[in-house]
Ligand binder design. Structure first.
Ligand SMILES: [Mn+2]
Length: 357
């Protein structure tokens, strides 16, 4: 396991590489070219520049989150081949820089969805929260507008104003895309990028849908164990893998998180380890990482990862907003640093208890 933090680049992130470097056990970052819209090519010189910047801070780029997939690819429009070609060239440039893990998702229109970006908890910290009743009560455009105006002035990942300024058109474009069709389009995409992944040893790690059920009537297909196993079989090659995200898969309390990990030996390339607190089905808030603060057993999650021999990057994923910090919701420094330290402790204990047996 390699402990990492997501970092959006010095232009966009409130957290610096120097701060990340000072978190005990932190060896790398997961980054992206945040200003390149989905569908465009990633220029080699820009990748080289961010790589040099990260390495100058004594860290390593352990992977990319994300190279976003253009909606035309998800919808399966004839223009998808042009966008897939761009994606292949982006992977080629990443491969040339020795970057070999790419997280992506296949969620239509919206990326991860929350109805509250700063819900106050009794201790004064704020967290992102989800309430299905609120989603059911509003239309997608209003939902998009509220989310973007409440994000502290930050553009959140997957919520680009240029793209989501056309929410209605996007929804229209998806109206004939069933779950089956979306899945077929994903397989088409994965097969097309296979050769470049194999050439550079790039591991594609799909991020599960968040929340793990259809939102606003849009299909969601990466929702649990069966879906992930089905996708691994549909393109049964090492380059086709998974980002295990506890927070996303765990939005559905029926998902047994350690069982999902054990069902994917050798195919998990990246792990997002965090906690949620469930109040009722479809009603939850993000919690501190500690098992006792939420609904998940983080020890069992880390133990399952260790058991399948997972050796990829882990990141603490979202954190609470604490100590008066102002940052992109979920992506402050303080609580993610606390989370990383806790996760490191769990892995150390698992490692040592195995040796003592
Ligand atoms: Mn995640």
């Amino acid at each position: 396991m390699k402990m990492t933090m997501r970092w959006y680049g010095s232009q966009f992130d409130t957290v610096t590489l120097q701060q990340i470097k000072q978190i005990p056990g932190m060896t790398g970052v997961i980054t992206t070219l945040y200003d390149i819209p989905a569908g465009e090519k990633w220029p080699l010189d820009k990748i080289q520049a961010i790589k040099a910047e990260v390495e100058a801070a004594g860290l390593k780029i352990e992977g990319i989150e994300s190279v976003n997939v253009h909606d035309d690819i998800k919808i399966g429009l004839p223009s998808r081949d042009k966008y897939i070609q761009n994606y292949i060239e982006s992977l080629e440039n990443l491969g040339k820089c020795g970057i070999d893990m790419v997280c992506y998702n296949f969620m239509p229109v919206f990326d991860w969805t929350r109805t509250d970006l700063a819900k106050e908890r009794p201790d004064g910290s704020t967290v992102m929260a989800y309430d299905q009743a609120k989603v059911d009560a509003i239309d997608p455009q209003t939902f998009f507008d509220t989310t973007t105006t409440n994000s502290n002035g930050f553009v959140m990942p997957g919520w680009e104003p240029e793209r989501l300024g056309h929410v209605k058109e996007l929804f229209d474009a998806y109206k004939d895309v069933s779950s089956e069709k979306l899945f077929d389009n994903l397989v088409y995409f994965l097969k097309a990028i296979g050769p470049v992944c194999e050439k550079y040893g790039i591991k594609m790690a799909i991020h599960p849908d968040d929340p793990s059920w259809p939102v606003f009537g849009l299909p969601r297909i990466i929702t649990g164990k069966d879906a992930l196993v089905k996708l691994m079989k549909a393109v049964d090659k090492p380059y086709n893998g998974v980002t295990f995200c506890a927070g996303s898969l765990g939005t559905n309390p029926k998902n047994d998180l350690p069982a999902i990990i054990r069902a994917l030996p050798g195919r998990i390339y990246f792990a997002h380890v965090r906690n949620l607190h469930h109040f009722a089905p479809g009603l939850f808030e993000e919690a501190a990482h500690l098992s006792s603060d939420g609904s998940f057993d983080l020890y069992e999650i880390c133990r399952a990862l260790d058991e399948i021999g997972f050796d990829g990057p882990v990141r603490p994923d979202h954190g609470r907003m604490i100590w008066g910090e102002k940052a992109m919701p979920g992506y402050g420094l303080y609580d993610r640093a606390l989370g990383a330290t806790y996760i490191n402790g769990l892995f150390e204990a698992i490692e040592k208890s195995k040796k003592s047996k």
